[in-house]
Design a binder for this molecule. Structure first.
Ligand code: THU
Length: 131
């Protein structure tokens, strides 16, 4: 099983593939599944800005598409000097799939570990369907 600093390393490797013709900000993510498999993701921008997909969601959607449902942590890095934090939409997606830990890192290998609950308190998670 890989450790958090190795997960940051995977996110940094992924960042190379970011598609960012509009913002120029490359973001990389690496999602660790409970079985040890890692799914990388990058931000994929679009000329219609709203169609842009963040790196975190790319990684999560890749893993979900491959049948994964149990996760340990997600690491995220960018080109910025300061650590990047997931946007609100990505936090909601992390809550949906109960990804418990978010590791934000930088190029020097520094990282901080957060509980997802801390980043999205009182998340909207489940509801009773009205029949
Ligand atoms: N972005 C991410 O990929 N993840 C984040 O956590 C925040 C922002 C992307 C979206 C867009 O491509 C670029 O960064 C600038 O907002």
């Amino acid at each position: 099983m890989i450790n958090y600093s190795q997960l940051i390393e995977k996110a940094l490797e992924a960042r190379e593939h970011a598609y960012v013709p509009y913002s120029g900000l490359r973001v990389g993510a690496a999602l660790l599944c409970s079985d040890g498999e890692v799914f990388a993701g990058v931000n994929v921008e679009n000329v219609s800005f709203g169609a842009t997909n963040c790196a975190e969601r790319t990684a999560v959607f890749k893993a979900i598409s491959e049948g994964k449902r149990e996760f340990s942590a997600i690491a995220v890095v960018s080109d910025m000097d300061e650590m990047i934090y997931p946007c609100g939409i990505c936090r909601q997606v992390l809550a949906e799939f109960k990804i418990p830990v978010v590791i934000v890192g930088d190029e020097k290998g520094n990282y901080r570990v957060h509980r997802t609950e801390e980043l999205i308190p009182c998340a909207f998670t489940e509801f009773e369907t009205r029949k």
